[in-house]
Design a protein around this ligand. Structure first.
Ligand code: R5P
Length: 283
């Protein structure tokens, strides 16, 4: 296997190659004066190529398409999309809309596609090849369990939709988990609080799949601090962190932001490379 790291996932691709004990190809990435992108793989590709490229932006997606084409000589190609953009538009909500996740998935030519905590599993059905989604939430749970800075931690999902994610980070590690529930107290009063647990004086880690604008997390941090939580941390699989997301979360009183490296940001301190390497070695 030869691992080819796209421009958005160079560090993760390097970690995957190390974990697999296989070679890493060096690529050249350039932008033409008219902003079109030029990509060239400088090393021999060999018979089996693994492309690692997250698609958080449109140009990341364009780079992925070019890398797949540049690997046409390989007998087998595996495409790892650690964070797949557009996966949140997984349904047609209004007449005339594109099913964006399907539009992206249909373009991918490969033998296998691997994603990490894709927003909706139904998106996997739109790929023309075998598609595997891996769950990195237990890595977040392990991190929380192994680091001394957390006291009596509880993992909280910011809403019921992320409850399964919180459960899979906490279960088997002896960490409590819960989710934030909106309760209507009267016609115009809504209270948001953990469904079952009392967070008073406990460290809380709020876990979601994606942090985009940081609005959901900033609001949750504020509420939990009002309810007497000790230190409140934010964790996510995919740190999209659009605009001033980090500033918003710190302004709301978060202690720290913990994420994986599906998108490479300064806060991406947990690597999904071992999980990807394990999955690739089983193909
Ligand atoms: C939504 O479906 C996702 O799971 C996240 O909750 C959402 O992307 C967070 O968005 P934001 O950071 O902009 O509040």
């Amino acid at each position: 296997m030869k691992v080819i790291g796209g421009p958005s996932s160079q560090l993760l691709a390097s970690r995957v190659a190390s974990a697999l004990g296989c070679e890493l190809a060096v690529c050249e990435f350039k932008t033409f004066p008219d902003n079109e992108m030029y990509i060239r793989i400088l090393d021999d590709i060999g018979p089996e190529a693994v492309i690692v490229q997250s698609t958080a932006t449109d140009s990341d997606f364009m780079a992925l398409l070019q890398l797949i084409d540049a690997c046409s000589t390989a007998k087998r190609t595996h495409v790892v999309i650690p964070y797949m953009g557009y996966a949140r538009q997984d349904k047609i909500f209004k007449k005339g809309e594109a099913l964006s996740a399907r539009a992206i998935a249909r373009t991918i030519e490969a033998d296998n596609v691997i994603t990490v905590n894709i927003h909706e599993n139904s998106v996997l059905d739109h790929f023309k090849c075998n598609a595997i989604n891996i769950n990195a939430a237990p890595l977040i749970g392990q991190y929380i369990r192994d680091i001394d800075q957390f006291h009596q931690p509880v993992i909280l999902a910011p809403d019921q939709g992320a409850k399964e994610l919180a459960a899979s980070a906490a279960e088997e590690l002896g960490i409590d988990y819960d989710y934030l529930e909106k309760k209507r107290l009267s016609g115009d009063t809504v209270k948001v609080k953990p469904k079952n647990l009392d967070v008073r004086d406990r460290d809380v880690v709020i876990l979601d799949d994606i942090v985009s604008t940081g609005g959901t997390m900033a609001e949750a941090v504020r509420l939990l601090r009002e309810q007497g939580a000790a230190d409140v941390y934010v964790a996510c699989i995919h740190p999209v962190l659009a605009g001033s997301a980090i500033l918003k979360m710190y302004q709301s009183g978060v202690m720290d932001v913990i994420t994986t490296d599906t998108i490479e940001k300064a806060v991406s301190r947990i690597s999904v490379a071992p999980l990807l390497a394990q999955t690739l070695s089983e193909l």
